[in-house]
Ligand binder design. Sequence first.
Ligand code: FAS
Ligand code: PHB
Length: 389
Amino acid sequence: MRTKVVIIGAGPAGLLLGQLLHAYGIDNVILERQSPDYVLGRIRAGLLEEGTVVLLDEASAGARAHREGLVHDGFELAFGGKRHRIDLKAATGKTMMIYGQTEVTLDLMDARKAAGLTTVYEAADVTPHDFDTDHPRVSYLKDGIAHEIACDFIAGCDGFHGVSRASIKPSAIQTFERVYPFGWLGILSDTPPVSHELIYTNHARGFSLCTMRSMRRSRYYVQCSLDDHVDQWPDERFWDELKQRLDPEAADKLITGPSIEKSIAPLRSFVAEPMRFGRMFLAGDAAHIVPPTGAKGLNLAGSDVRFLSQALREYYDEKSSAGIDAYSAKALSRVWKAVRFSWWMTAMMHKFPDQGEFGARIQVAELDYLVGSQAATASLAENYVGLPY
Ligand code: FAS
Ligand code: PHB
């Protein structure tokens, strides 16, 4: 079998890249390790930048997001028992959209199926070969039968634990990492959200976030220890802890209910450089990870595949390699700014074991300055809505 681009991974990055390449007339095949249901069962991101929604439109997968997504003009920062609104629209002219990653993935899957494009689910032992030559290929097993696809390029969209980055010789790649000494315990419940906008709270007991998937389905997070296990957090304990971290008004208004999903995610900042290796490119979580405090993970996957799809279009349409030669530097420039913002938001909002009283006071001083300065608020807002591509 032969195709122009083999995409490894059918998460948001792989599916979005496949659609954008298709729109440019570049045929591609996606190889995914898991089943569609497994991919859809992962509860992850919830907030889309305007640019990401535009990419969904370009991928012929944005209609439902426009119908069902919740457009947010701002969010609130809470500390010292008080909430302070950050007016994103006033500061940047832009908004954010609440539309769960599960829905994004489903819409991209449906668009790919409608376009009659090939996705091999439950592909085992997917392995990229010869990507440092002009004849790359990818092998895999399907139902125990060996297959191989010859291609012009390979896109590693297989997430943090994927095979693409792992296939690069150590001397050809440099990684940068910071692992945070806590995790996020997240819960999904079919209850009305405590507020129509997000509330990020810095509290002496730890960080919490009130978000949502719709006005009938809430998503909440509390910072937890890395030693915690989800079994130690029955619903009652979660709701009690969240109430203790919320400001009095939100705590009073909180409507609790049975969890329909509950999980703990570790937090790390991670970047691999470069993001191109001969005829293989990395995109999305395969190349970088951010703590979800800045809501950047899914959105960075979007900007990566926007840059990569345009570079490949230039290669095929204009017979120019300028775009693919510039991809890594261009993607990393935006990635590192988002990594910085996500690290900064995480440092400001979470309780660190070694921060002491001085560190706690510095956090409150930073927040106090932030909500009291138009310049500081504007800086936060322009990073939160997503820096220009
Ligand atoms: P993904 O990991 O989503 O997709 C990679 C795909 O590749 C998967 O389907 C995987 O099965 C497949 N794959 C892996 N190895 C393979 C192999 N060897 N062969 C074939 N296929 C293979 N971001 C936010 O903005 N906000 C959040 O709140 C948030 N919460 C998160 C919670 C968790 C627990 C995690 C892990 C991430 C979270 N993220 C969040 C980040 C997340 O949304 C990612 O940024 C997003 O999934 C990136 O998409 P992909 O790059 O496509 O990677
Ligand atoms: C979510 O809705 O899951 C979400 C929103 C904003 C974040 C992180 C997660 O910063």
